[in-house]
Design a protein around this ligand. Structure first.
Ligand code: NAI
Ligand code: MG
Length: 407
């Protein structure tokens, strides 16, 4: 097979610590690729007024597959304050590079698997009536629509007159009609039928391919009658082509309440942008949190894989680094799945499962101790040591029982 070129975007903070670890694992598993570095993140904003430079867009367009670490982003006022003085007052506006990337390349399927690895001390446990506890196995895959919804970017503070006039045509705008412009902020939630269909189809396809027993549409159609209503209507239509897979429907608020009641009952969950964001972080919390949460942003042509966590600035300068590289390494495994290297991806996941089950090497988050310069002295593995442990278990036989439980 021709050698692949992967665009690597470490970004800011701990993105620079974890991404090289993922490449060590990809190398060790025999994935042959060239890696081309691309800039993204805060420095790009400060120096160029654009957190996602065109050169990075071009590299992604050319090579199609990206591995992304994390970026730092800051509220509007802070972003403006930190902009290089030579760019100030020239109309530069900060946009999240990952949101922009999703929109530029139509990366409309945001895929977030949440799988509990047996033996992970961070796994969710539940009290049983007898006073004991049980650890339900969580294996949920969230399909979040990545380009529309409340994150579509159509928003105003002090909306212009035409917008105001348009809103006045809606009877429910009456209570807001006389609110002063500067006291009014509006974000629009846009859902289109084609995008809703694509995400619902992707969810059902995945459920069928990997044998999940249900697809749940997680919205709020009783209140957001138009937008959530459309998502739900489309999900019902798509389900008709998948008669063996029932469609369940939950409301986002109730779903977060049920999260800890019966997380093992859910399989594939599909949701619009904001609700998918919320529910994927919520489920990630049941299976180890940010150190374990991987994701993919997938479009027709381009796909970018990234851990869910951010740049964790408070840990960025620690030497040796202490953050957990597993979320990044799992994201690299998702990339391998995507490009048809499933066996290598499974080898990586097996190695992670083995290290977690063994329990000898644990980063600070897995030990539930505070992160900081003292974590290592308190018994935590460094970022590199965790990767070393995973490398040691690559290809090593994994007990059949553990494997089937973990995957
Ligand atoms: P964060 O995810 O960077 O960190 C929150 C906390 O989670 C950390 O302080 C740490 O305790 C823990 N954590 C994160 N990653 C970890 C890992 N790999 N191993 C162990 N523990 C880990 O979120 P925060 O602090 O809210 O944001 C920091 C910056 O990152 C902000 O500028 C934010 O905008 C940005 N961000 C970027 C994201 C991205 O690049 N996709 C996503 C989320 C936040
Ligand atoms: Mg998030």
């Amino acid at each position: 097979m021709a050698k692949r070129t992967i665009v690597i975007m470490p970004g800011d903070g701990i993105g620079n610590q974890v991404l090289p670890q993922a490449i060590r694992v990809l190398d060790a598993v025999g994935f042959e690729a060239d890696y081309v570095h691309a800039d993204i993140g805060w420095e790009c904003w400060v120096e160029e007024g654009n957190a996602l430079p065109e050169t990075t867009i071009e590299l992604l367009r050319e090579h199609k597959v990206g591995l992304f670490g994390a970026i730092t982003s800051k509220p509007k006022k802070d972003a403006e304050a930190e902009l290089n003085p030579r760019l100030k007052g020239k109309g530069y506006q900060y946009f999240s590079p990952i949101v922009t990337m999703r929109q530029r390349f139509g990366l409309d399927t945001s895929l977030r698997p949440c799988l509990s690895f047996p033996g992970n001390p961070l796994n969710f446990i539940r009290k049983t009536p007898g006073g004991g506890f049980e650890e339900p196995k969580v294996d949920v895959v969230i399909f979040r629509q990545g380009t529309e919804g409340l994150y579509c970017g159509v928003e105003w503070s002090n909306p212009p007159r035409q917008v105001h006039d348009a809103l006045r045509t809606h009877p429910k705008f009456k209570p807001f009609e006389n609110v002063a412009g500067e006291d009014l902020a509006i974000s629009v939630r846009i859902i289109t039928r084609p995008a809703a269909r694509r995400i619902c189809e992707a969810a059902f396809r995945h459920a069928r391919q990997f044998g999940y027993k249900s697809v749940t549409i997680c919205e709020k159609p009783n209140v957001l009658r138009e937008t959530s209503g459309l998502m739900e209507e489309v999900a019902r239509k798509v389900q008709k082509q998948y008669s063996e897979i029932p469609l369940w429907s939950t409301n986002i608020d109730a779903q977060t309440m049920w999260l800890t009641k019966n997380p093992e009952d859910y399989g594939v969950i599909v949701a619009s942008n904001l609700f998918g964001d919320v529910i994927s972080d919520a489920f990630a919390g049941l299976v180890g949190g940010l150190g374990f949460a991987a994701s993919g942003n997938i479009g027709d042509e381009v796909a970018v894989f990234e851990p869910t966590h951010g740049s964790a600035p408070k840990y960025a300068e620690l030497d040796p680094p202490i953050v957990n590289p597993i979320a990044m390494i799992l994201s690299a495994a998702m990339m391998l799945d995507h490009i048809g290297e499933r066996e290598k991806a499974e080898t990586i996941r097996n190695a992670i499962a083995a290290v977690v089950a063994e329990g000898k090497v644990r980063t600070y988050d897995m030990l539930r101790i505070p992160g900081g310069a003292k974590s290592i002295a308190q018994g935590a593995a460094s970022t590199t040591e965790m990767t070393d442990a995973i490398l040691d278990r690559l290809g090593a036989p994994v007990e059949a029982t553990m494997l089937s439980a973990a995957l």
